[in-house]
Design a protein around this ligand. Structure first.
Ligand code: FAD
Length: 282
């Protein structure tokens, strides 16, 4: 069966600073109605133009892409000075009536093409998009209660997960942000609680989760995402100290300190990828 990832252009309709360091960019595009699904945590790659380009060059889409990876070969085949920057993002919401997809950009500084683009985005700007696809969905492990923990890059995913939980699910979410001005109004389902962790007050996800009373006694599960080192420590704490079964902890490194998304994986990243794929390693 073909698993070709959708590859399409999207155009900015609107940009709003929803917090001092978050730009909510709303896109539209002819391809969106067929691509967008109703599930939470839809992840995709955004393709950003290189200097001097108004519109990024997109990898060719191959209809007969049995393993879903031909788009990446096509991406690598684009000459390097024309090849778009490609970064992971999450659909914050999709309004089918308006054909409008919102994506939240964390404005972490000028040292990354995605953060730079997000801070200067204007209506009419065009990006490329690869995905989202159900093939990359990370369904929540089945459980009686749920712990979510992540930084601001994982906030869009956590917000959609919390909104989609059945009422009455006992969920506790820790969100680490720079300071109180970065908090957002979320609409978690009844039974869920959101706790903010502020870096300017010395807070960290690990410290907060270590001190937490977990939200239930039965079978628990956790969903973790954010800076890769922090996610690794959190997972280790939950598996080794809180005795959560490994398969009950869904985890993903969204960015790496001092490394860009173009940098090669480290030995630790590779060991971790094997672990996520169900192999051995810590
Ligand atoms: C599945 C997935 C979903 C994601 N969803 C979102 C999303 O919805 N919104 C979002 O904003 N991000 C999201 N991210 C994270 C985003 O892809 C990374 O933060 C990415 O590195 C940003 O690209 P950049 O071009 O700005 O920086 P890069 O060029 O990748 O990195 C440049 C420098 O900035 C540093 N850096 C990168 N991100 C941060 C950060 N958040 N805070 C501080 N320093 C940073 C790097 O360590 C590096 O030193 C997601 C990532 C994945 C894998």
């Amino acid at each position: 069966m073909s698993q070709a990832l959708p590859v399409t252009y999207v155009t900015v309709m609107d940009v709003r600073r929803i917090t001092p360091r978050t730009a909510r960019v709303t896109f539209t595009g002819d391809g969106l109605p067929d691509i967008m699904a109703e599930r939470p945590d839809q992840q995709m790659k955004l393709c950003l133009p290189r200097a001097g380009q108004r519109v990024p060059v997109l990898p060719r889409q191959d209809a007969d892409d049995t393993y879903g990876m031909r788009w990446y070969e096509a991406y690598l085949a684009i000459p390097e000075d024309e090849r778009p920057w490609m970064r992971g993002f999450t659909v914050r919401s999709y309004d089918r009536a308006r054909n409008a997809m919102a994506v939240d950009f964390v404005l972490h500084g000028d040292d990354g093409p995605a953060a730079r683009w997000g801070s200067a985005a204007r209506p009419g700007d065009v990006l490329g998009m690869v995905g989202p696809s159900a093939a990359y969905a990370r369904p929540l492990p089945a459980s009686d209660w749920l712990l979510l923990a992540g930084d601001e890059t994982a906030l869009p995913a956590m917000a959609t997960l919390l909104e989609a939980l059945p009422d009455g699910t006992r969920a506790l979410a820790y969100v680490e942000v720079a300071d109180a001005a970065e908090e957002q109004d979320l609409a978690p389902a009844a039974g869920s609680e959101v706790r903010w962790v502020h870096r300017d007050r010395g807070g960290s996800l690990l410290r907060a989760v270590r001190a937490a009373r977990l939200p239930g006694d039965g079978a628990g599960a956790a969903w973790l995402a954010g800076e890769a080192g922090a996610v690794r420590e959190l997972r280790r704490h939950l598996v080794e100290e809180r005795q959560l079964p490994k398969e009950a902890v869904e985890f993903s490194g969204y960015w790496r300190r001092r490394l860009t998304q173009d940098d090669a994986p480290t030995e630790e990243d590779l060991a971790w990828a094997r672990e996520r794929a169900g192999g051995s390693g810590a």
